[in-house]
Design a binder for this molecule. Structure first.
Ligand SMILES: Nc1ncnc2c1ncn2[C@@H]1O[C@H](COP(=O)(O)OP(=O)(O)O)[C@@H](O)[C@H]1O
Ligand SMILES: O=C(CO)[C@@H](O)[C@H](O)COP(=O)(O)O
Length: 537
């Protein structure tokens, strides 16, 4: 790698609950980490878990200005620790996927003329035509999803173009909802960004393009042609192409940081901004996923993702363009009931302590003596139903489990679901399979042990639980070399390898192989019951 050891690269992650940053030096060693928690450090925005859940329980938004203020606070925290911004050669970053920011007419001029004497949030407060941005947890756009699928010729046809059938959180459907429900705000909008491209716009002092990988999560982009799909744009809203701007390769250098950052924080004028992307694509880069590996991210959402070459989009799961290799793809499955559900069960069954939660996992046997649970506190994405459902070893529904059993049922249920759905996508666990874990809950070894047992495969972790930040610091390094043709793997060959965290316990395969079949059948039945109750069958 070309950079000297005294140079440095930053990776930001605008995720659901916090803004985080990781800095690596020219030897790819992590030299700084910092974060801003939205709920506790920016209480004036009154978020819970970084979001506002509206009265209908379906609409979920976050104030765009909160993310701007978080950046003010984060950069000041870094400066207060003596962080030397003049060493930074390039930055990149990621954002929670699918969320959208609606810039008001005139916002571009404000971005172009940022005054280094003032905070960003003071200057940008009038710049959003829609103050509360829809985020990935929103599930209020079923009607728009139906319209889009009808317009293109069905769910599979939409997946063949965009990599996914219509999903409520996907940006095109969210834009269609805003167009119909807030026509005035829509007409005042000059640009629509994803959270990732909104964040890079803050650094560039100008509108940044949406990258191919995060752009794949919109139901608007043709993932094979890597351009907007005319039929999808037309189905969502008028004059959308001009409001979305161009798409860009995820490895592209977009320009240099604006004067605001050089004058206020001492960044070098030559500091490059490499395209920002989605947090899951960022994690793929951070874990340096190889073909054959399976990554499990245990953040606010839980996701499973894979590196793939010959994508075959289907009506389950998503195909995104690969963020580090333009000729490849990634498959992703998202589960909405992740950390918040684990926190609820921790509070109800383990006195609010992760240590007690872990003790319960250690005290209970693999397979939970046949007790199985499905814990969907909110409408799940994969599969699409809600509710808490508990079953005893005989398959009979029961109303409750004792505390320790409940904790194991939750974690086993979450991981059985991941394996069942990964295998539905065609993934096979074979000898040599590595499961790479990341996200906040990957710091919990007892949770990782269950993951390893359910998948009957060793689990690896990287030092930094936030692989999206690390991945984006790596992408910043690679961005400077990508134009000359260097591959991500070559550029990152000296980065630390993921470390083995846990191996499956003896006998795990025998316990979980039959449980997987049982879980899959149960989930199918619960889905059918839900569809019947909604008159969908
Ligand atoms: N020791 C732990 N055991 C299990 N979960 C944990 C532990 N520590 C933190 N977490 C979970 O990590 C979550 C945050 O994960 P993170 O990946 O940072 O989220 P995001 O990137 O979506 O903001 C918290 O909501 C919390 O539930
Ligand atoms: O919707 C998805 C992926 O499709 C989520 O994974 C979001 O990208 C949110 O990420 P976290 O904040 O939970 O990491």
């Amino acid at each position: 790698m070309a950079a000297g050891a005294d140079s440095c690269f930053l990776g930001f992650d605008f995720s659901t609950q916090q803004l985080k940053v990781v800095a690596v030096d020219g030897n790819l060693e992590v030299i700084h980490q910092n974060s801003v928690q939205f709920d506790s450090e920016l209480p004036e925005f009154r978020t819970h878990g970084g979001v506002h859940i509206h009265e209908d329980k379906l609409t979920v938004t976050s104030p765009a200005l909160m993310w701007v203020k978080a950046l003010d606070v984060l950069l000041e925290k870094m400066r207060n620790t003596g962080f030397d911004f003049s060493r930074v050669k390039a930055i990149s970053g990621s954002g929670q996927q699918h969320g959208s920011v609606f810039w008001r007419k005139g916002a571009r001029r404000t971005l172009n003329q940022l005054d280094p004497q003032k905070h960003l949030h003071h200057q940008l407060q009038e710049c959003f035509a829609v103050r509360d941005s829809p985020v990935w947890m929103d599930s209020s756009t079923s009607d728009q999803c139906q319209c889009l699928e009808t317009a293109v010729g069905g769910a599979q046809r939409l997946a063949d173009i965009t990599g996914s059938r219509a999903y409520e959180r996907f940006t095109g459907n969210q834009i269609a909802k805003i167009y119909h429900s807030k026509p005035k705000e829509f007409s005042e909008t000059e640009r629509i960004s994803l959270i990732s491209s909104f964040a890079s716009s803050l650094f560039l002092g100008d509108y940044a393009p949406i990258d191919y990988s995060d752009g794949s999560g919109m139901n608007l982009m043709d993932i094979f042609e890597k351009q907007w799909s005319r039929v999808c744009l037309d189905a969502a809203a008028p004059q959308l192409a001009e409001r979305l701007g161009d798409l860009t390769p995820s490895t592209a250098v977009l320009g240099c940081v604006s004067l605001y950052y050089t004058e206020r924080y001492g960044f070098a004028e030559s500091c490059n901004v490499v395209a920002f992307t989605g947090d899951n694509p960022g994690s793929l880069a951070g874990m340096r996923l190889q073909e054959g590996d399976l990554a499990v991210s245990l953040g606010t959402s839980d996701t499973v993702f894979l590196w793939i070459r010959g994508p075959r989009p289907s009506v389950e799961g998503h195909i995104f363009c690969n963020p580090v290799d333009c000729s490849a793809y990634m498959a992703l499955i998202c589960f909405k009931n992740g950390s918040f559900t684990r926190e609820r069960i921790r509070d109800e069954c383990a006195g609010g302590s992760w240590e007690c939660f872990s003790s319960a996992l250690r005290a209970t046997p693999m397979g939970n003596n046949g007790h199985l649970g499905v814990y969907f506190d909110v409408m799940e994405i994969t599969p699409h139903f809600a509710g808490v459902h508990r079953f005893n070893a005989e398959g009979q529904r029961v109303a409750s489990f004792e505390h320790e059993m409940e904790i194991r049922a939750l974690i086993e249920g979450q991981f059985l679901a991941k394996r069942v759905h990964a295998e539905k996508l065609g993934y096979k666990i074979i000898a040599g399979t590595r499961v790479l874990a990341t996200g906040g809950a990957s710091s919990n070894k007892d949770i990782l042990q269950v993951l390893s047992d359910v998948f009957s495969a060793p689990v690896y972790i990287i030092d930094v639980t936030n692989s999206a930040c690390l991945g984006c610091a790596y992408r910043a390094v690679h961005g400077l070399e990508a134009e000359a043709g260097a591959s991500f793997t070559e550029t990152l060959r000296n980065a630390p390898e993921p470390q083995l965290a846990v191996r499956p316990a003896p006998g795990a395969q025998e316990v979980y192989a039959p449980l997987m079949l049982r879980y899959a059948a149960l989930e199918d039945q619960l889905l059918k019951d839900h569809q019947k109750s909604q008159h969908l069958l």
